[in-house]
Design a protein around this ligand. Structure first.
Ligand SMILES: [Zn+2]
Length: 122
């Protein structure tokens, strides 16, 4: 399985489980920067920031809609709530989420194949 070095970003084949860096020098430099307070230990990736913003938007629109519908007659409230939910319906169909789900599926398949190869069990 190919990983991305958390220091230099290079793709590499980890030698041990849970390894985060392509080389000893990347690991050491990273730890020195973290120790000196020059770096966050786990900076957010672009994907994480994107998803956090998306969820925050969903939360905000939900709150706004709940306030907007509270004094409406039931039928009108339903129309507004339907609009809100339809706005969310396509949320999983974006490239970031699809990439994460595809990666997760692939990882599980790989783990399962490794398990089968090791044990002969299905
Ligand atoms: Zn590296």
């Amino acid at each position: 399985m190919v990983m991305q070095c958390q220091k230099c970003g290079k793709a590499y084949e980890p030698k041990r489980r849970g390894g985060k860096f392509c080389s000893t020098s990347c690991r050491v430099v990273q730890h020195q920067l973290v120790k000196r307070g020059r770096l966050y230990v786990n900076p957010n990736t672009g994907d994480e920031v994107y998803l956090a913003n998306k969820l925050a938007t969903i939360e905000r629109t939900a709150q706004q809609t709940l306030v907007a519908v509270q004094d409406l007659p039931a039928e009108q409230a339903l129309v507004e709530l339907r609009k809100l939910v339809q706005g969310w319906a396509g949320v999983a169909q974006n490239s970031v989420i699809e990439r994460i789900l595809r990666h997760d599926r692939k990882e599980r398949e790989t783990n399962y194949e490794a398990y089968r190869a090791r044990t002969g069990l299905y």
